[in-house]
Design a protein around this ligand. Sequence first.
Ligand code: PRP
Ligand code: HPA
Length: 175
Amino acid sequence: KNEKIQLLRDAIVSYPDFPKPGVIFRDIFGIFRNIVAMRAMKDLIVEHILFLEVDLVVGLDSRGFLLGPIICMELGKPFLPIRKKGKLPGNVVQHAFNLEYGEATFEIQTEYVKKGARTIIIDDLLATGGSMVAAIELLKLSGAEVIECLTIIELSGLKGREKLGIPVHSLVQYD
Ligand code: PRP
Ligand code: HPA
């Protein structure tokens, strides 16, 4: 397990001063360029989730969309997206939030969430936690039971974890 985590750590490239001065950008796509690291990432997530009896996997716009479906194929469970506003048709509920740099509104197609569905939310990275909090709010409004938030990267120094009120599992942490 530790070897797999080290593979991920080695594959993630850090870019100082992107997208603005003072921010160190941790780029998940280094993992996707390296098929061994990508498999390690999938294995680590699936091993972790198998115990959780999940009914639904929700991925966040946009890099959560790369992760959720891979996991769903292994679990045999459905995937549902949360998207930035104006992209999803049908009955949507929405929630506005602040980002590490900027702000946004998220939407979900609420009719596709079954009442009490045991749901995990997946994204590439937890920073301030603003996106996760908004996602949790949307899923609660839709009647789901959010059992865990899962990210590949956690920027621990921003203390996003403390805002969520729901367990967080991350694979690689940075201060
Ligand atoms: C990034 C990242 C997370 C979110 C984390 O997405 O992929 O979704 O920010 O930040 P937070 O914990 O402070 O909310 P971004 O909004 O840059 O969108 P993108 O995935 O479309 O690039
Ligand atoms: N990397 C990728 N996405 C992000 C980051 C980062 O360091 N911070 C906030 N969103």
